[in-house]
Design a protein around this ligand. Sequence first.
Ligand code: F0G
Length: 409
Amino acid sequence: MQLKPLSKYALKCPRCGYEVEPSPYIMRCPRCGELLDALLIAEKIKIRWGELRGRGVWRYRDLLPEFKNVVTMGEGSTPLIRLRAYPNAYVKFEGANPTGSFKDRGMTVGVSLASSLRVRGVIVASTGNTAASAAAYSARAGIDCMVVLPKGGVAKGKLGQAILHGARIVEVPGTFDNALEYVLSTVLESGSAGNASYYPLNSINQWRLEGQKTIAYEIVEEGGVPDYVFVPVGNGGNIYAIWKGFRELMELNIIDKMPKMIGVQASGAAPLVKYWRGLGEAKVDKPSTVASAIRIGKPVNWFRAYRAVKYSGGTFIDVSDDEILAAQRILGKEGIGVEPASAASLAGYLKALNSGLINVKDKVVLIATGHALKDPDTLLLSSDNNAISISSINELKALIINGNVKIKY
Ligand code: F0G
């Protein structure tokens, strides 16, 4: 049975070309096991790019699965902010989404799909943001949510959100890679989630990624096609989704060039950089970085991310934790608060500028994937934390008069 919301898609294996009937439950190729591409069928698409209506993700409903009941909280339509320090660089601030990360774009589609099926709820493994978003959207939809987290590996803000929205929280030993293995081996045996009462919404789920591709659509509508897009890479789903968004607009003759996709990983968790350089499989054993959101050693979407970068003519680069934290502070000084993983895109941009890979005149978009408040602990440890304690009004007066406090009129 073909589900109506998916009827404008073909489901095709990017490795062996095998095609399957679009289904919410089939994510891997039954023949070779690769993750399937959800491809829009051009003849079934009627879109007038200049006449789009509404805002956010569902402004692009003609290019998305369509549901009778959409679970939405106005996600998308995030600001594109020009940097003062680098006027050709624009930050796409995904922290402005309802739960503070780009995951909401995926969850509005994923949870709408899940709630159109007869499942009890959704399940995700997560470094935190996916959990927060799945929890909130499931709460909105009135279905259960189970989140499987690496014990001790999730930033406080995200864990707090999952608790707030009433998710069932399951902590497992090890890293995110272990958590994902728990989930996939439980609900996605042989690539199909057919019998599961909990619908898996990790980024292996091609329908969830459809929501995330709208980042590309918004960039095009607001500023045209940039030369480069820098994306922090963990599991690799988002960079693929954004690239797919641009590619669809090419195929629909809405744009006439592609941006180069630059995948940025933290040096201690950089399996795709390793693979890109020909140094073995896209796997590292003990991923380690301050950027807990992208502390991932076995990116399940590695082939998707690799294709996005390769076909766009981009590259993968890695940045150290110090570079990430320095970039987070630079953005902070511009008034833009991002979590460490999100600062990886600016860190990557600065590295690419310094190494001559790109020119300061190139137009770039830096995807700032999550809000600073997600990870308060890292903010408080910052070397810029200059908090002092006083206990009298006179001490505050002295501080102001001594000029230690900048007051602008
Ligand atoms: N930035 C942030 C803030 C993230 O939370 C993630 C992924 C990424 C970047 C990387 O995106 O995995 O599509 O390459 N977070 C997932 C989670 C793993 O569970 O929240 P990706």
